[in-house]
Design a protein around this ligand. Structure first.
Ligand SMILES: Cc1cc2nc3c(=O)[nH]c(=O)nc-3n(C[C@H](O)[C@H](O)[C@H](O)COP(=O)(O)O)c2cc1C
Length: 197
């Protein structure tokens, strides 16, 4: 049975029109073409504190009252989560990692580790970097999205690793990456649409 799908993009670069955000937009365009309603949240527009590891996440959201509140609500509603971040010094950007750590709420209930979300959901991460080749970066992104099923309802997360993207506008000259991102967004949306509610 077909149903309406909500796809949410999280842009983890502080570059306004950087490579990861360019490809995230392509993924959201693919999701939209496949019938999803789409939203893009830019982490550079938010003030986010790091997870404090209090291990006592209240049911109505994180104890910390900051920019994460709005993201949290959007994530809870979205069927498809699309993340995008650059590699900084062999890790994901600090901005994105700070955001990702706050997802802890989705797998923590009081002192128990228990998924908060229902399904079906899909998630993926686009990671961009300058190195012409680096399997470690792809694995790093894969390890992050491997946590998605632990939030509840998610199929295993996917990764689109885009190498050789150094300068700020580099992704705009890579229609192959744009097409792969578009196909990813469309594919995840189709998978959700064809799942029974
Ligand atoms: C502070 C900083 C650190 C970086 N570290 C790496 C790195 O360790 N490996 C790499 O391949 N590229 C590195 N890069 C290049 C970025 O990953 C690359 O330009 C990426 O496409 C940027 O994505 P964005 O435009 O979405 O921010 C670094 C860039 C910056 C600004």
């Amino acid at each position: 049975m077909s149903r309406s799908v909500r796809a949410l993009g999280i842009a983890g670069s502080l570059r306004r029109n950087g490579n990861s955000t360019t490809l995230l937009r392509a993924a959201l365009a693919g999701a939209q073409q496949a019938g999803a309603t789409t939203t893009l949240i830019r982490l550079d527009e938010l003030i986010l504190r790091g997870c404090r590891g209090c291990d006592s996440c209240p049911d109505d959201g994180c104890r910390q009252r900051d920019g994460f509140g709005a993201v949290h609500a959007a994530l809870a509603l979205a069927d498809v989560w699309l993340f995008a971040a650059p590699v900084y010094f062999d890790g994901v950007s600090g901005t994105f990692k700070t955001f990702y750590d706050r997802l802890y709420w989705f797998r923590r209930q009081g002192t128990e580790v228990r998924p908060r979300l229902g399904g079906p959901r899909r998630g993926a991460m686009i990671v961009t970097y300058e190195d012409p080749q680096n399997a470690f970066y792809e694995q790093m992104a894969q390890r992050l999205v491997n946590y998605l099923p632990g939030f509840g309802g998610f199929a295993p997360g996917r990764v689109l690793a885009c190498s050789g993207l150094g300068p700020v506008g580099a992704a705009r000259s890579r229609p192959d990456y744009a097409e792969a991102a578009r196909a990813l967004g469309a594919q995840l949306t189709h998978e959700i649409s064809s799942d029974a509610p």
